[in-house]
Design a protein around this ligand. Structure first.
Ligand code: SF4
Length: 390
């Protein structure tokens, strides 16, 4: 199985913390679509014929487009990619499927959801929505420079649910300097009250060259407080557990059986094709990435010039990537998989490097599979890097 990610590089305005490739100007929306269709035709071989079971529109803000226009992209992908014959259903059972059983996700911003927009969605095959809420407090949303209000955030979820869409995920951000533990707790309570099966929650990070980094550098904003973030991460883990969500990846929580298939595939080493400027692709033997410039992306596709760089992955890179991603998930880092699929036999070395973290209560081992403990999840990147080989 494989997935396709489409990067839509437009936003209504730029959020202060964001370093994703996207532009606030929408004047190239039409030329971008034409170029994207060309890219779909040219790149399908990258997946080596693997059936596609997930399509994910991210960005940027894909909901800036009319859903019927995005449906044309879905139809084109369906034409040029082999149909999946079997997919894993949301309940975890394998089932025979037609194209309709693909998980097809649309990232949406709350201010784009109106009755008219939902009416158009109903004519498409989107069956999962990831809603960029971030906070249910207006003052946080203003601080982050989000384009929606807290009320729009709640209404967007309710409108989609009333329209019969229940496969919803909401994005939240914690550790916002303008926020507090009380507000984070209220954000979580509001999220639980909306009864969505999936929540993604990320620590606010200060990325270089963002307005947030500038504001902090100029002392116009308080900086991110590591201790506050750690406390709010612990609150997140505890409260989601109390409400029946599984932490299946460090930043992702779902009701049993309701994990995002597309994102889980990334973490389990399933191939994916990324389309659009700055999108990345992976097909088990190589990684490649598209140019992070919209004008160069459009020009390149129009003129038949390359828009992609590619690197073949060495065994060491594959191993390090597996350790980094698998440790973040509830399925853990599996020595048998490292031996069988990555053909690396360094169990003793991993155990030696892991032993310190096991002693410190940050890792546990169960039948050859290493898992981060809740304490270890706070230091996931550092622990993974200690298990890397060079
Ligand atoms: S809407 Fe999303 S992609 Fe666009 S600027 Fe904000 S965080 Fe970045």
């Amino acid at each position: 199985m494989a997935g396709i990610y489409i990067h839509i590089p437009f936003c209504r305005r730029k959020c202060h913390y964001c370093n994703f490739f996207s532009l606030a100007s929408q004047k190239l929306k039409e030329p971008f679509l034409t170029a994207l269709k060309k890219e779909i035709g040219q790149t399908r071989d990258y997946l080596c014929g693997e059936p596609v079971n997930t399509i994910y529109f991210g960005g940027g803000t894909p909901s800036l487009y009319n859903p019927l226009v995005l449906q044309e992209i879905i139809d084109l992908i369906s034409l040029v990619t082999p149909p999946a014959t079997r997919v894993t259903s949301f309940s975890g059972e394998a089932e025979i499927n037609q194209d309709v059983n693909r998980e097809i996700t649309l990232e949406i911003n709350p201010d784009d959801i109106t009755p008219a927009y939902i009416g158009r969605l109903k004519q498409t095959s989107f069956n999962r929505f990831s809603i960029g809420i971030q906070s249910f407090f207006d003052e946080d949303l203003i601080w982050l420079n989000r384009s929606h209000s807290a009320d729009q955030a709640i209404q967007s979820v309710r409108m989609l649910q009333e329209a019969g869409y229940e496969n919803l995920s909401i994005d939240l951000i914690y550790g916002i300097p303008s926020s507090s533990h009380e507000k984070w707790q209220k954000n979580l309570e509001t999220a639980f009250s909306l009864d969505v099966p999936h929540i993604s929650a990320y620590a606010l990070t200060v990325e270089a060259k963002t307005p947030l980094a500038w504001m902090i550098g100029q002392h116009k904003s308080a900086t991110v407080n590591d201790e506050m973030q750690a406390d709010q991460f612990n609150m997140l883990m505890n409260k989601t557990k109390e409400h029946g969500y599984l932490q299946y990846e460090i930043s992702n929580f779902c009701k049993p059986g309701r994990h995002a298939i597309h994102n889980t595939n990334y973490w389990q080493g399933v191939p994916y094709l990324g389309l659009g400027p700055s999108a990345h692709s992976f097909n088990r033997s190589s990684r490649r990435w598209n140019i992070s410039s919209l004008s160069k992306y459009i020009d390149g596709l129009n003129k038949g010039e390359p828009i992609t760089d590619e690197e073949l992955l060495t065994s060491v890179q594959k191993y390090n990537e597996y350790v980094m991603t698998s440790l973040r998930t509830m399925w853990g880092c599996n020595l048998e998989k490292i031996n069988d699929e990555l053909r690396m036999t360094n169990d003793d070395l991993i155990r030696k490097h892991a032993s310190l973290f096991v002693k410190q209560g940050m890792l546990t081992e169960n039948s050859g599979v290493f898992f981060l403990t809740d304490k270890g999840k706070l230091f996931a990147d550092r622990i993974a890097s200690e298990l890397f080989i060079t």
